[in-house]
Ligand binder design. Structure first.
Ligand SMILES: *Cc1c(COP(=O)(O)O)cnc(C)c1O
Length: 373
């Protein structure tokens, strides 16, 4: 069994993907081609925002958003303590300081209450100007934007949605990557919508930020690429990846998102009562980047993982270390994020993807339930 079976997905989509890749090879147009522009239009329409700007990866997407807002030395950016390293790394890459915020124990997403309290105490612990909040749609579930947006805007902070794992999720009638003033995603192969290498995108309704982002991603270009009006970077999506994503977006919207939701529902109905299953609050849907349970007996997590592995069941721990405990951030003032610290000890992610079978889910659930008795 694979944790996320990308080969099985390829086998399902092979004729269209092969054709798309060969078409790019034959076109002679490999960078910033029609394939890229047409994908950007489709992605913007799917998400429900005015602009999509693709780029080289999800980390660059976050970095470009912070650069677009001119965030740099002397600025503070609030980031959840329980996330992938890149969400906080980009703040430091800009020369700004990340302030870690604890998460909700059930949704794993940034806690609105702790955000308020970390904003209130930032002035005494840090020297710097609060500028932005990064909310992460962890494991595919959108963050609590109804609570977070008013807090951010009340304090004059930009809201950046890190939707690297969230693409395809929703809250009410709106899709993930439409909740931030700018939102980002990643097309890393194992994300809900992945390509065959690195890729990323930004989403925004602002015409002004969209044109600034388009300049920043190509060396700060002005009227053309040899007119450079600001310092930018080289962060483009390859035409080849755009062509692959065009095929994958159709499959994602037509059946994969439904299939992965059915897989998650089957896990939850089998595991309910035996362990703490992921919590999807009313009005939300997840795109199930991960299916993550919380163990009642964390001290046995390693042993449990080994037992499952010997049965051919792969598992993963996202994430074993909260941000504030990362060596790279050792020089920052100490952060108080007890829930993130406890989740790092007790979470366990199970195999899930749109092509997992009911039998495979049954096998994982049975193995777990036997060991929880
Ligand atoms: C994967 C990921 C990123 C970074 O995306 P890359 O494409 O790998 O650079 C950022 N944030 C989160 C939450 C992620 O899961």
């Amino acid at each position: 069994m694979q944790f996320r079976d990308l080969i099985r997905q390829y086998q399902h989509l092979k004729p269209s993907i092969d054709q798309a890749m060969l078409q790019v090879a034959a076109s002679g147009s490999y960078i910033m081609s029609e394939a890229v522009t047409s994908l950007e239009n489709r992605l913007a329409q799917y998400v429900g925002v005015r602009h999509c700007i693709t780029c080289a990866n999800g980390t660059d997407a976050l970095y470009l958003a912070l650069r677009c807002w001119d965030i740099g030395p002397g600025d503070l950016v609030f980031v959840p303590d329980f996330t992938f390293f890149a969400s906080a790394e980009v703040v430091a890459m800009c020369g700004a300081t990340p302030v870690f915020v604890d998460v909700d124990s059930r949704t794993f997403n940034i806690s609105p209450d702790d955000l308020e309290s970390k904003i209130a105490s930032a002035g005494t612990l840090y020297s710097g100007t609060p500028r932005a909040v990064i909310a992460v749609d962890l494991f595919g579930l959108p963050a609590n934007y109804d609570a977070i947006r008013p807090i951010a805007h009340k304090h004059g902070l930009h809201l950046l949605e890190d939707g690297a794992q969230g693409f395809g999720g929703s809250l009410g009638h709106r899709r993930a990557c439409s909740f931030g003033d700018i939102a980002t995603t990643s097309f890393f192969p194992a994300k809900p919508l992945g390509c065959y290498g690195d890729g990323g995108a930004l989403f925004t309704d602002s015409d002004e930020w969209a044109s600034l982002l388009r300049s920043l991603r190509v060396h700060g270009k002005g009227t053309d690429k040899y007119d450079n009006v600001r310092i930018g970077l080289n962060s483009r999506l390859d035409a080849l990846q755009a062509a692959i994503l065009d095929v994958k977006l159709t499959a994602f919207a037509n059946h994969e998102l439904d299939a992965v939701n059915q897989a998650a529902a089957q896990y939850s109905s089998l595991l309910a009562g035996s362990t703490q299953c992921p919590c999807i609050p009313d009005g939300y849907t997840s795109s199930w980047a991960q299916y993550t349970i919380t163990l009642a007996n964390p001290s046995r997590r390693d042993q449990l993982r080994q037992q499952l592995q010997t049965m051919g069941i792969p598992t993963a721990v996202y994430y074993p270390k909260p941000m504030h405990a990362q060596t790279a951030f050792a020089k920052l003032p100490p952060s108080d994020c007890p829930i993130a610290s406890s989740l790092a000890q007790s979470v366990l992610s199970l195999p899930i993807h749109p092509y997992i079978t009911q039998q495979e889910i049954q096998q994982v659930a049975t193995a777990l339930i036997q060991r929880f008795r």
